[in-house]
Design a protein around this ligand. Structure first.
Ligand code: UD1
Length: 429
């Protein structure tokens, strides 16, 4: 199995192109199931999760083709992908596939909306908490779906089709918002989603659905109004840039010092990060090409940050911030409010010499003078990249095992970092 080897100590300088957002690409691909015409997506990142979702959608009858280079080739520009769900040939999403990628559960809404029936495996637990799906089911039931859970599967039907409803989510959920939003586009009448998630990736999907003929208003707010239509057509849509990848590389530069231009990044998607980075002692500047990040000379200052739904500080950057704060001059307090148990990276950062103590949902990170390279293990996508950030500042070699977690969500990470001067490579174990 491959590992990433990092020899810490180099500053970063140069340019890193930011890829299309994974968390928009996955639901956009799923949205193709709502139409029998072709949905073309541009700027699709080459990620293991995209390939896996391609297999899952293929099982339902979605045909996917990629323009030009073969999927997985080495260029850094995103792929243009065509998805056509001429006919849904199978309305079952089996455990073997859904358990590998939680977002594939989101096929449930589109399947019920388009076919009136669906049988989708419950996604099961995962490394960052229990992650239930009650809000997804509550929303779809409100639209008129009859839902039973049998043998680990959600079995849903809507023999008379779905009907619009007013749904107030008791808790903000990105996935439940995607799932119910997609289903509501084809429901009869009007649906209003209150306390909907406002993550930019939801706005991106809603804009794409509108290009497909949906009638969604309130995009970017926590109240989405959807006037159902009888069918959706094909469309072409450009995936928005990945704000989590952007924030990750910004923190890598803050860690090493230097100056890097994150080309294609959008500052409006990451407003919460600017004040945090300023406090840390790094400079983020909006430019005509993206965002430039730099840190010269001075050390890192500690922070006090709570994760929260958008526009708050994203849980998907919590591990990276913790990696960065292992070298701050003082003690940082980082509180995780979205997922219980999203601290799997703590023990691995400690292996590199970090000083971190946990108290419930809060981590206290006291910066140390030296991190030392070690063998560490990636436990989930964002946790694994926090180890890379720490490894960039550690003395000697850090080996990050279980690299497949990184490949799920970071396109050509080692290539992007080594082009800016990092000593990082993929090695076969
Ligand atoms: C998505 C993102 C993930 C991010 C997360 C929070 C994708 C592919 N994944 O995951 O990267 O970390 O949003 O920003 O976009 N919950 C319930 N019941 C439900 C659904 C969720 O209680 O039915 C809870 C979860 O356990 C969690 C919280 O709500 O505590 C937020 O989860 P949610 O926003 O749904 O996360 P995902 O959509 O799974």
């Amino acid at each position: 199995m491959d590992k990433i080897r990092i020899r810490g100590g180099n500053t970063l300088s140069g340019e890193i192109p930011i890829s299309g957002a994974k968390n928009a690409t996955l639901p956009l691909m799923i949205a193709s199931m709502l139409s029998d015409e072709t949905l073309t997506l541009r700027n699709v990142p080459r990620l293991a999760d995209v390939q896996l979702l391609n297999r899952i959608l293929g099982n339902h009858g979605v045909d996917m083709s990629v323009d030009g280079k073969r999927h997985g080739s080495t260029g850094l520009a995103g792929d243009t992908v065509h998805l056509t769900a001429r006919q849904i040939v199978d309305t079952t999403a089996p455990y073997e596939l859904v358990s590998k990628m939680r977002a594939s559960f989101w096929v449930l809404g589109p399947l019920i909306a388009r076919c009136g029936i669906a049988k989708v495996s419950l996604p099961g637990g995962c490394a960052i908490g229990t992650r239930p799906v009650d809000l997804h089911l509550m929303g779809l039931e409100a639209l008129g779906a009859q839902i039973e859970v049998e043998g680990g599967y959600v079995v849903a039907s809507a023999p008379k089709g779905l009907s619009g409803a007013r749904i107030n989510f008791p808790k903000v959920s990105v996935g439940a918002t995607h799932n119910v939003l997609m289903a509501a586009t084809l429901a009869k009448g009007q649906t209003v989603l209150e306390n909907a998630a406002r993550e930019p990736e939801i706005g991106d999907v809603a804009e794409c659905l509108n290009k497909m003929g949906a009638k969604i208003s309130g995009i970017g707010t926590s109240t989405l109004t959807i006037d159902g239509v009888s069918r959706l057509n094909g469309a072409t849509h450009q995936v928005l840039p990945d704000r989590i990848e952007t924030g990750t590389y910004a923190m890598a530069v803050a860690m090493t010092g230097g100056e890097v231009s994150l080309t294609g990044a959008r500052s409006d998607l990451l407003e919460c990060l600017f004040p945090v980075m300023e406090q840390v002692g790094a400079k983020m500047t909006e430019t005509s090409h993206g965002i430039t990040v730099s840190r010269n000379g001075q050390g890192l200052a500690p922070v006090d940050v709570d994760t929260s739904p958008y526009p708050g500080f994203p849980t998907d950057l919590q591990a990276q911030l913790m990696g960065l704060m292992t070298k701050a001059n003082g003690t940082s307090r980082i509180r995780e409010t979205i997922f219980e148990n999203r601290f799997m990276h703590v023990q691995e950062l400690v292996r590199l010499g970090a000083d971190i103590s946990l108290d419930g949902d809060t981590a206290l990170v006291t910066g140390v003078d030296r991190l030392q390279g070690a063998q560490v293990m990636a436990t989930d996508l964002r946790a694994s990249v926090s180890l890379v950030i720490a490894g960039l500042a550690a003395e000697g070699d850090t080996f990050v095992n279980r690299v497949y977690h990184l490949d799920r969500g970071f396109e050509q990470l080692e290539k992007k970092l080594s082009a800016c001067g990092a000593e990082i490579e993929r090695v076969s174990a």
